[in-house]
Design a protein around this ligand. Structure first.
Ligand code: PEP
Ligand code: MG
Length: 576
């Protein structure tokens, strides 16, 4: 029996490959007295050169994936690594104090940092401090001969094992080399899982100890459908994993025939299948998987990937890129949804006892209006390049929606006066707070569209934090209470004649899809990797017949398990 790590099935698929640990190494520096000065100076220069060469590689990859602007940070790193003042300061320390290069570098870095301090309100100085940390870390790693893991340096296919996955880990990576992800932390709706699904890369999250238990280069089989990682498989196990990989590839090939088809149920009801994206990097996968729209662009990834607020122009360029690539298909861009499990390190927030119920999403935008206004202006300017819909997250009261809309109207009029070309834009809201779901009929009078955010709606309705594994058993998408709320929102939207989408993970869940189709959901938005499977499933279902299933689950089911049993009885073979 092989060792098996268990976690949460976060992104479908089986892959086998070698482990690449993306874990910060120990870079503790010990000061040593040295006798051979030339040797030490030479060691320092070699480490500098190796660091420059690393950063050049990372920069090339980032430029390719993200464009020149985003790669600028790496030019700043190279400039710092070649800064004569910094180099001379370290050499002087080595010569005068006769200490090893890593200790000399650490001493110089401390002096620089002290001189930058007191200027920490100055964003430019903050950036320099971050650059200094990155650069010192890289040179120290070379001096200590410790590998500093970086996905941009990977040049063969690997399974990435990391504590948690953040968007900036994935931006500079060549997706061809990433077979899968395994993380210690996270749940099915945490951002690491969402990232993996949007890249259509198999993933197991929440294993707790993967980074301790797996070593670099070790062979593993990752099963993202079952949430398992098999360590050091034998030949038979590898052969059957490879067979499963081939079968999956053949299945994907069959599914790809549906790429250019619309999404229509067996009885002729058309719905829209849309993709959730985090950055413009997800666009190739969105188009390859035949998405009819972008149903949710989570803009917080743009903010989380940077070490300062992205400027209006930077945002404009990215929104324009997404709108242009998708035109004439609609693109729903959600305004900044930070707080909760998505803090912005450079935006100092007061510590909160319960961040999920604290100053997050629209609450932040209404407080920090400059940030909100700059995002709205970028969106408005980009609207001329495609079919834009703007959506506000975490709306709990009508008053919040009206305030957000009034700020939008204000920015719109200013740009109109300035004769900036604007497209026609629809304004909608996410329904992810139970209060909004219960009052959906009133909201529906004022918004152009609604999108149900079940990731949070389930968490708030069941009072179960979506990232807390101890209460994961309560996080139940098919709970009759959730189904009643969802059905209520759909009915309220249709009562007011507006379209309603779902962009929470439930929209691509095969057990939920028949229920949502029966309830009359107009748009299903999900990770790109789930689109074709869902299109095939919807094509096998009759929307009209499913209304009876919806009635039975809403009126007779008392538990999630009962709902699952009812769906399986109505749609035999749904999970095969
Ligand atoms: C949701 O809550 O369902 C949602 C789509 O938003 P996020 O997962 O980004 O909170
Ligand atoms: Mg949400």
């Amino acid at each position: 029996m092989r060792a098996m790590l268990k976690g949460i099935a976060a992104s479908d698929g089986i892959v086998c490959g070698q482990v690449y640990r993306l874990v910060e190494p120990n870079l503790t520096v010990q000061q040593r007295a040295i006798t051979n000065l030339d040797y030490e100076l030479n060691r320092f220069h070699q480490a500098l050169e190796a660091a420059v060469s690393d950063v050049e590689t990372i920069k090339t990859r980032a430029t390719k994936n993200l464009g020149t602007d985003s790669a600028q940070v790496f030019s700043a790193h190279i400039a710092m690594l070649q800064d004569p003042e910094l180099i001379t300061a370290v050499e002087t320390q080595i010569r005068q104090r006769k200490i090893n290069a890593e200790a000399a570098l650490a001493a110089v870095a401390r002096t620089y940092e002290t001189s930058f301090q007191g200027l920490t309100d100055n964003p430019y100085m903050q950036e320099r401090i971050t650059d200094l940390h990155d650069v010192t870390k890289r040179v120290t790693a070379h001096l200590l001969q410790v590998a500093l893991p970086d996905l941009a340096l990977v040049n063969h296919p690997v399974i990435v094992v990391t504590h948690d996955l953040i968007p900036s880990d994935t931006v500079s990576v060549n997706p061809r080399y990433i077979l899968g992800f395994v993380t210690d932390l996270g749940g099915r709706t945490s951002h690491s899982s969402i990232l993996a699904r949007s890249m259509a890369i198999p993933a197991v999250v929440g294993t707790q100890h993967a980074t301790d238990q797996l070593t670099n280069g070790e062979m593993v089989i990752l099963n993202g459908t079952r949430g398992q990682v098999m360590v050091a498989p034998d030949d038979d196990e590898l052969a059957s994993a490879q067979a499963a990989m081939h079968e999956r590839a053949a299945n994907l090939k069959r599914l790809s025939k549906l790429r250019h088809h619309g999404t229509v149920s067996k009885d002729g009801v058309g719905v829209t299948l849309a993709a959730n994206i985090g950055t413009a990097n997800d666009l190739p996968s969105v188009l390859q998987n035949g998405a009819e729209a972008v149903g949710l662009m989570r803009t917080e990834f743009l903010y989380m990937d940077a070490d300062q607020l992205p400027s209006e122009d930077e945002q404009f360029a990215i929104y324009k890129q997404v709108l242009t690539a998708m035109a004439p298909r609609p693109v729903v861009i959600r305004t900044l949804d930070i707080g909760g499990d998505k803090p912005l390190p450079y935006l100092k927030q007061k510590p909160e006892t319960n961040p999920f119920m604290g100053a997050r999403a629209i609450r932040q935008s209404l407080t920090h209006q400059q940030i909100f206004r700059s995002q709205l202006r970028a969106l408005l300017r980009a609207s001329a390049f495609g079919n834009l819909r703007i959506m506000f997250p975490m709306i709990a009261t009508l008053d919040e929606f009206r305030q957000a809309k009034a700020i939008y109207d204000d920015e719109r009029s200013k740009l109109t006066v300035a004769q900036v070309p604007l497209g026609s834009i629809k304004i909608g809201m996410m329904v992810e707070v139970p209060a909004a779901a219960l009052l959906a009929d009133r909201f529906a009078q004022e918004v152009d569209f609604m999108s149900i955010g079940t990731n949070d709606l389930i968490g708030y309705t069941m009072a179960a934090d979506r990232t807390n594994q101890d209460v994961a058993y309560l996080y139940q998408p098919y709970h009759p209470a959730i189904l009643r709320l969802v059905n209520r929102v759909i009915a309220a939207a249709h009562g007011a004649g507006i379209p309603v989408a779902m962009c929470g993970e439930m929209a691509g869940d095969p057990i939920a899809v028949p229920l949502l189709l029966g309830m009359g959901l107009d748009e299903f938005s999900m990770g790109a990797g789930s689109i074709l499977k869902t299109r095939r499933l919807i094509g096998q279902l009759s929307a009209h017949d499913l209304q009876a299933l919806v009635e039975t689950t809403l009126n007779q089911a008392s538990t999630s398990q009962e709902v699952i049993t009812m769906v399986q009885a109505a749609v035999p073979g749904i999970l095969t």
